[in-house]
Design a protein. Structure first.
Length: 407
């Protein structure tokens, strides 16, 4: 019962001094709002990247390319000097020797100008894919079909286009059978991919896929390829990656102490790298914004000290009527904690509104995690409790006789 009464007293004090309470809580409101909003953006970013990378690469695919995951300019320079271009011979070598692969394919990448009869698009991503990519690529046709083995065998000038390419060139989706010109060369559209959306505002639907043999017919065979290995559903991806590394090192005749002359990439590796980088950024950002919570706590302590001074006579009356030190201590601790918690809830509400607005009106994803909401309530309560200890202790140790003399 004492706890409920203390809560009521605290709330009545807040209502009695509305403006002062609001100004007191600004630090806590801003601190909680910033911390939770930053947490929401970072959490949303992590999930967004994870969904996108997994959608593009798949969860059970190992990628072999010339560079792998480059994390610095120096690393890029060293890899440029050391690493070798990947060719069709590398693909054939892996296809013959991999025992932990369900499918193996390769692709080449370039950019090109694409035209219809009356529209032109520039700098469009063009991918040439081998026959094995039909079971690896996460791109799925909405109309028509994907590139198959016969297209590669016959070096056919056929393409699967992204949904946005179809929209921009022909102002419609189902454009199978239509002709497009890629760098001036005619190609027949045999499929239109399902819409994939965007990644931070950049479209993922502006691409063209053609047979690798047709790609090399126009872009040559000197470009390095990217080889994709899809593991069986029940396989351990680390074991698959180890086998790929062992075979590629044997293929490139590398000694025990020599570094890899190729790169390996998985969706998990990309996500772990992104989380590591933004985990550091998050720690710094949350550390800086947490300072406002400390400032808010100091303001609460100052106001509670003023409150103790203003209510000295009230404290004396309560003590003369039998209130013990711990009753007074408890009353003021509950009041400071309630005050801070009110600010925390207000900050949490504002942070939630910000995350909703960011997600709806900007390409920045924001997802308010449950742990951030719980943490906000716990931290704001803790701030009120910690910074309310000294004022509450000061009120509790007042001599009732001296307190009753106060004006």
């Amino acid at each position: 019962m004492r706890f409920i009464e203390s809560i009521k007293l605290a709330l009545s004090s807040l209502r009695a001094h509305t403006l002062r309470s609001f100004l007191t809580l600004l630090g806590v409101i801003f601190g909680v709002m910033t911390v939770v909003a930053v947490a929401a953006v970072i959490e949303g970013f992590f999930r967004y990247v994870d969904r996108t990378v997994t959608a593009d690469l798949g969860t059970n695919t190992v990628i072999v390319d010339k560079y792998g995951m480059i994390t610095s300019f120096d690393e890029f320079i060293n890899a440029s000097k050391r690493n070798k271009d990947l060719k069709l011979d590398d693909l054939a070598y892996l296809q013959e020797r991999m025992t932990l692969a369900k499918d193996i394919g390769a692709q080449g990448d370039a950019n090109a100008e694409v035209r219809s009869s009356d529209q032109k698009l520039t700098n469009i991503s063009v991918r040439g894919v081998s026959a094995g990519m039909i079971n690896i690529d996460t791109v799925q046709p909405e109309f028509g079909r994907y590139i198959d083995g016969s297209d590669n065998e016959r070096r056919r000038n056929v393409v699967l286009v992204g949904s946005e390419i179809a929209d921009k060139l022909f102002n419609k989706r189902d454009v199978t059978g239509r002709e497009v010109k890629i760098n001036g060369m005619p190609f027949e559209v045999i499929g239109v991919a399902k819409e994939q959306g965007s990644f931070f505002g950049q479209s993922r639907d502006e691409f063209i896929i053609m047979p690798l043999t047709a790609f090399q017919k126009y872009w040559g065979t000197r470009r390095s390829l990217t080889i994709s290995i899809k593991a069986p559903d029940n396989a351990n991806l680390d074991e698959v990656q180890d086998q790929v590394r062992m075979l590629m090192r044997a293929r490139h005749r590398l000694g025990y102490s020599e570094k890899d002359t190729f790169g390996l990439v998985t969706a998990e590796a990309i996500n772990n790298f992104v989380q590591a980088i933004f985990g550091i950024i998050a720690a710094v950002a949350l550390g800086i914004t947490s300072i406002s919570l400390i400032v808010g706590g100091i303001v609460i302590m100052n106001i509670m000290l003023v409150t103790v001074t203003e209510r000295t006579r009230e404290i004396g009356i309560r003590k003369s009527l039998g209130a013990r030190r711990r009753d007074i201590l408890w009353q003021f601790l509950v009041e400071s904690t309630t005050l801070s918690l009110a600010g925390g809830l207000a900050g949490l509400g504002i942070a939630w509104a910000i995350s909703v607005l960011l997600t709806r009106f900007t390409p920045i994803p924001a997802e308010l995690p449950i742990w951030a909401a719980v943490l906000a309530i716990a931290v704001s309560s803790g701030v009120g409790l910690i910074f309310g200890i000294y004022p509450a202790w000061k009120a509790a140790k007042l001599d009732p006789i001296v307190a009753l003399r106060a004006e």
